[in-house]
Ligand binder design. Structure first.
Ligand code: NDP
Length: 331
C-alpha cells in the first residue's frame, strides 16, 4: 500500500504530542503506512524535534518517513490529510477580535500554501481555535480546494455529549448513537439528543424515565447537560490544571478515521451549503455522515423551537466572527 501523506501543524505542542504516536501506530488510518510532515513555527521546532526522535525510537512499522519544517510550502507539499492544530492561543487581556486577527494571519497563508501544493484529494480538519472561523478563513484563501474537503473539529463536543449521556443512563458509550452537535465550537454550541438512541431506544424516552417525566428531562438537558458539555474544556482545566489534550487528540483521530472509512452518523463542522437555513459558506457543526468520500450533512431532521432557537444563536455568533474577519478583508 502507498503511504498517505499526513501534515500536522503545531507538532511541538501538547495535542501534537498526543497525536503523533497514535497516528504512527495506525489509530487513524488503520494499516495504511503514513508519511508525516510536521509544521512548526521557529520557536516550536525544538520541541517537535524531540518528538521526532521519540518517533524514531518507537520503530513504528507503518511509519514511512518524517519531515519537520517551519515552511508551509514544504509541510503541505503533496499533503492528503491536513491536521491543523497549531494556533495562536488567547493571551492574558487578549480580546476575541485580537484572537481572530492573529489566527487569520496563520490560517490565511496556510490556506494559500495548501491550495498551491497539497494533493488533489487533500482533506483538511482545523482543530486550532477559534476552529470554525479559522476554517472559514482557510477556505477563502484556498478557492480551488473543494469546500467539502474543509472541516473543523466538533467531534470532541460530540464525544463529550455521548460521555455525559452514558453516565446519566448507566449505559456504555458504544450503545449510544445519533447525538448531534449544532453550531459553533464555543459556549453557544447546541449538543442535541432529540434523535439519539441508546441500545436502540429513544434517548428522550430513557431520560424521561430516569428523571421522572419529560419536563424534568428537558430541565436536566437545559440546566446540566448542555452547559456541562459546552463548558467541559474549562472543567478539565480546573480539575487537571491544564487543558484537555488526550481527548482532543482522540477526537481528531476519530474525525479523520470516520471521514476516511465511513460512518452513518457523527458531528463535524463543515462548509454550509445552506442546510437548515445556515448561511452558505459559514463553517457550522451539523450531524454528518460519510461514505468514505467526505462528510455530508444529514438533511431533513425536524428541528423543534428549542433547537431552532439555539442553532440560530450559535449561527449568529459565527456570523459575527465572519463579519470581524471580513472587515479586515480576509474573507
Ligand atoms: P495545544 O496543542 O494544547 O492546542 C493547540 C490548539 O488546539 C489550540 O488552538 C487549542 O485551542 C486547540 N484546541 C482545540 N480543542 C482543544 C481542546 N479540547 N483542548 C485544548 N485545546 C484545544 O497548544 P500548545 O500551545 O501546546 O501547542 C500549540 C503549538 O502550535 C505550539 O507548539 C506552537 O508553536 C504551534 N503553532 C504552530 C503554528 C504553525 O504551525 N504555523 C502556528 C501557531 C502555533 P485553545 O487555545 O482555545 O485551547
Amino acid at each position: 500500500m502507498d503511504p498517505l501523506t499526513v501534515t500536522l501543524t503545531g507538532a511541538g505542542g501538547q495535542i501534537g504530542y498526543a497525536l503523533l504516536f497514535r497516528i504512527a501506530a495506525g489509530d487513524m488510518l488503520g494499516d495504511r503506512p503514513v508519511r508525516l510532515r510536521l509544521l512548526e513555527i521557529p520557536q516550536g521546532l525544538r520541541s517537535a524535534e524531540g518528538a521526532v526522535l521519540e518517533l524514531q525510537d518507537c520503530a513504528f512499522p507503518l511509519l514511512d518517513d518524517v519531515e519537520l519544517t517551519d515552511d508551509p510550502r514544504v509541510a503541505f507539499d503533496g499533503c492528503q490529510v491536513a491536521l491543523l492544530v497549531g494556533a495562536r492561543p488567547r493571551g492574558p487581556g487578549m480580546e476575541r477580535a485580537d484572537l481572530l486577527a492573529a489566527n487569520a494571519g496563520i490560517f490565511g497563508p496556510q490556506g494559500e500554501a495548501l491550495g498551491a501544493v497539497a494533493a488533489d484529494d487533500v482533506r483538511i480538519v482545523v482543530v486550532g481555535n477559534p476552529a470554525n472561523t479559522n476554517a472559514l478563513v482557510l477556505a477563502a484563501s484556498a478557492p480551488d480546494i473543494p469546500r467539502d474537503r474543509i472541516t473543523a473539529l466538533t467531534r470532541l463536543d460530540h464525544d463529550r455529549a455521548v460521555g455525559q449521556l452514558s453516565e446519566a443512563l448507566g449505559m456504555r458509550a458504544g450503545e449510544i448513537d445519533r447525538v448531534a452537535v449544532w453550531g459553533n465550537h464555543s459556549a453557544t454550541q447546541f449538543p442535541d439528543v432529540t434523535y439519539a438512541t441508546a441500545a436502540g431506544r429513544p434517548v428522550p424516552e430513557l431520560l424521561a424515565e430516569r428523571f421522572g417525566g419529560a419536563d424534568a428531562a428537558t430541565r436536566w438537558l437545559d440546566d446540566e447537560f448542555v452547559p456541562r458539555v459546552a463548558k467541559r474544556g474549562q472543567e478539565i482545566i480546573d480539575v487537571r490544571g491544564s487543558s484537555s489534550v488526550a481527548s482532543a487528540a482522540n477526537a481528531t483521530l476519530q474525525h479523520v478515521r470516520d471521514e476516511h472509512f465511513g460512518t452513518e452518523w457523527t458531528s463535524a463542522a463543515v462548509v454550509s451549503r445552506g442546510e437548515y437555513g445556515v448561511p452558505e459558506g459559514l463553517v457550522c457543526s451539523f450531524p454528518v455522515s460519510s461514505d468514505g468520500s467526505g462528510y455530508r450533512v444529514i438533511e431533513g431532521l425536524p428541528l423543534d423551537e428549542r433547537a431552532r432557537e439555539r442553532l440560530d444563536r450559535s449561527v449568529a455568533e459565527l456570523m459575527t466572527e465572519r463579519d470581524a474577519v471580513a472587515a479586515w478583508g480576509v474573507v
